[in-house]
Ligand binder design. Sequence first.
Ligand SMILES: Cc1cc2nc3c(=O)[nH]c(=O)nc-3n(C[C@H](O)[C@H](O)[C@H](O)COP(=O)(O)OP(=O)(O)OC[C@H]3O[C@@H](n4cnc5c(N)ncnc54)[C@H](O)[C@@H]3O)c2cc1C
Length: 488
Amino acid sequence: MIDVIVVGAGPTGLMLAGELRLHGVRVVVLDRLTEPSGHSRGRGLHARSVELMDQRGLLERFLAVSEKFQVGGFFGGIHTPWPERLDTAHPYGLTTPQHITERLLGEHARERGAEIRRGCEVAGLSQDEHGVTVELADGTHLRSRYVVGCDGGRSTVRKRLGVGFPGEPARVETLLGDMEATEDPATIAAVVTEVRKTQLRFGAVANADGNEGVFRFVVPADGVAEDRSAETTFDEFRKQLRATAGTDFGVHSPRWLSRFGDATRQAERYRAGRVLLAGDAAHIHPPTGGQGLNLGVQDAFNLGWKLAAEVDGWAPPGLLDSYHAERHPVGAAVLENTRAQITLLGTDPGAAALRKLFARLMDFDEVNGYVTGMITAVGVRYDLGDGHELLGRRLRDVRLKRGRLYELLRAGRGLLLDQTGRLTAAGWADRVDHVVDVSEELDVPAVLLRPDGHVAWAGEDQRDLEGRLATWFGAPSASRGTPRAEPV
Ligand SMILES: Cc1cc2nc3c(=O)[nH]c(=O)nc-3n(C[C@H](O)[C@H](O)[C@H](O)COP(=O)(O)OP(=O)(O)OC[C@H]3O[C@@H](n4cnc5c(N)ncnc54)[C@H](O)[C@@H]3O)c2cc1C
């Protein structure tokens, strides 16, 4: 039997498939599209996602096809310099178009042995105590032990589960299109600057997705479409350009037309028995701050090793439920910050005044650092109870005497980084690497990292450590391991 069916080959589903394959889980990804769309809604990775790629040895691939950017705040369109102190060894984002992110994550998942089946639309599912039966639109069925719905904001999996999706419906809608224009780029830029003084939902970016001569325009739609799946027409697009900018710039040769709203909703539960939800299937919000793709990829990073542990049979009680417990509050916080950004982007005098004030506050490096930590997700801390200040945070990459921390996380296993040489994780050697090494950048005797790089324990007491090992990695096994490096 298949261990896990992942529904949806977007960034979330592909990241998850790669994570599951690190642990040998038999995974099949189903997507209704016969080919990847080749279009990009998302245009980049924030610092925490850059860190994830480094932790899995994928960063070089992303760097080869992306530019680095350093924009602080990135909040409500208020761009500031990068804050002086941000707790990351990767203080930048990457301008990677979404379709390239999907290609790279798909290649990685396939190289690891994931099967990606296209042209397979999931129409329904049912579960019992042993597994889940997935019904495809062509009437055939597939069975697996678990299913993860990564099938986007209109998730069929979420709907068939009957999981509530409370929040606010769209109040405004924006058209998005990639197309050529006869007007010269300098004139387009000047018009955009002028219009944006009063309408921040209008914009144009040259060389969309690296295509020379192609502009990505966004322009307010005329109201909210009743039929959310209605196609955007080129005529409609040109009409809205004229209504907003007074000109349609002589646009022609559209490559892609789409629309998005500001609906803000979150699934009540990320787990219903053997079925889980991740990415846009679990949360939707306006794209302000460029967080959605990043949030989904990070959901997958949190879920992958936990689901693999469950499949493998060593998951301690509550491990799989900790996915909802940890990621639901993170998703809720992103929804909150996008609500705040939408208010700041308003065109009424109150919003303009708030925006002015907020822009001045962002001049304080501490404020800028806080907001940037929020948008880039390096500030995320899971509630793992009381303890060391690092507990629940992901650890930044640090240089060790032999190599660097993130290189030690590539296999997706737990890691005991031991600067004392006195500790042992011998009973967990099949799940946790024990590395004895030192770092001038790490002010704690030892840390236990989960496979997602979050700190599960920090200290030097062996009994305390064993308690935490059991909490996160289950019961010790009989096999005994040895440290990967000699004591220093
Ligand atoms: C204009 C715009 C700009 C954005 N910019 C950014 C940005 O800069 N940064 C950022 O982080 N985010 C951005 N986002 C958000 C980002 O695009 C999404 O959050 C992201 O695509 C979510 O990924 P996902 O894999 O969860 O879902 P999706 O990308 O929606 O993928 C879902 C997949 O499931 C498949 N599917 C759906 N239903 C079924 C079914 N029944 N059976 C089988 N397959 C199915 C679909 O074909 C699709 O391939 C932006 C969004 C918009 C609209």
